[in-house]
Design a protein around this ligand. Sequence first.
Ligand code: SF4
Ligand code: SF4
Length: 361
Amino acid sequence: MTGKKIECPAECGMCCLCQPEVLPEERAFFRNNHPDALVKSKGPIPYFALALKKGRGSCVFLQNRRCAVYDHRTAYCRQYPFHLYASDRIHIELDLSCRGAWYGTGSDAVAEAKDLVARADRRIVAALEESKAVYREFYSNCREAGVYQDPSMLRMSVSENISMFTDLAYLSRIMDLSQIEPVMSLQGLQPETRLDMDALEEAGRDLAMDSMSSDDPLSVPVYCDSGWNWNMFMAVDGKIEWMVMDDEGELHHKAFADAADIRLRAPDASGVRVLADYVKVLNGRDSFMGSVFALVDQNGYEDDLANAYYGCMAVTVMDLLWRMSMLDHFMGIGCGEDAVREAIIFYDMDRLDAPAIGAFV
Ligand code: SF4
Ligand code: SF4
């Protein structure tokens, strides 16, 4: 990982819409000074977290988009936009939903990441031990089922064929072949000659709509635009409602759209360049590979790892392009480099949240 340190623009605060976990050693400060701010999270494994305004807005400590307990903010607040993913090793991944990650002008990001690892040391050791065992079992199940492929070879084949994952005709072909070939390969792959745009549009729409179809505002995707508005999109019965959440957790209606009216846009040449960079990022992420493994595990080891990996990469790009098309429909962002960047800012947090066989520490 290389790059510049993240410097938060004063108006952002987007990451404070995620409810941070409070680690056992951090609880005393909140219990003694702000007992009402400590809540038990929802979900199958409850943990202590910070309360949200109206139970759905930003963290209660976000005041005028600044943290009111900055020196006592949680480890999760400190480490964002970096995520520590435990697979059979620890991987630091950068959340590209953070606008600061795109405009960072500070010092060395590698130094910040190393410091982060040093501070999370005890948690990392425990998580790594657990995740290594999970990965060993996963590889052994794959070999037994005859679906194993070397992950580094899969990554190499994607990196040698990045342009296939930015072109609709290839994406369509990859999605088809990953379903029907016993063991698919990218070598010699030809693009779809008769591209069925309706089918592609439907594929992207189904994926994106899935993530927006929740009546819980805490679970729907958030997009922090360049004017620092927190945009939310909720889908009900094929209709998408665009809302903006204010600093007090109130939702304000902006517009409705029929999902079927949103036309899939292909990125232009400048957009393709940004998309290609994002495919490279995904291809290098252990959490992306971990989410593919989770799918293989969930499907009972029926899919060859090559099919699952190439298919997931293609489907991910389709989801992203449909979201770009939706932003264009509502906001007129176009399909150039700025539009693809905005779509990544919108999409990446959800991507990193996908179920995976490893875990974020
Ligand atoms: S999303 Fe990024 S830029 Fe915005 S407040 Fe969080 S860390 Fe800073
Ligand atoms: S504690 Fe501070 S940094 Fe953390 S989520 Fe709350 S307001 Fe944001």
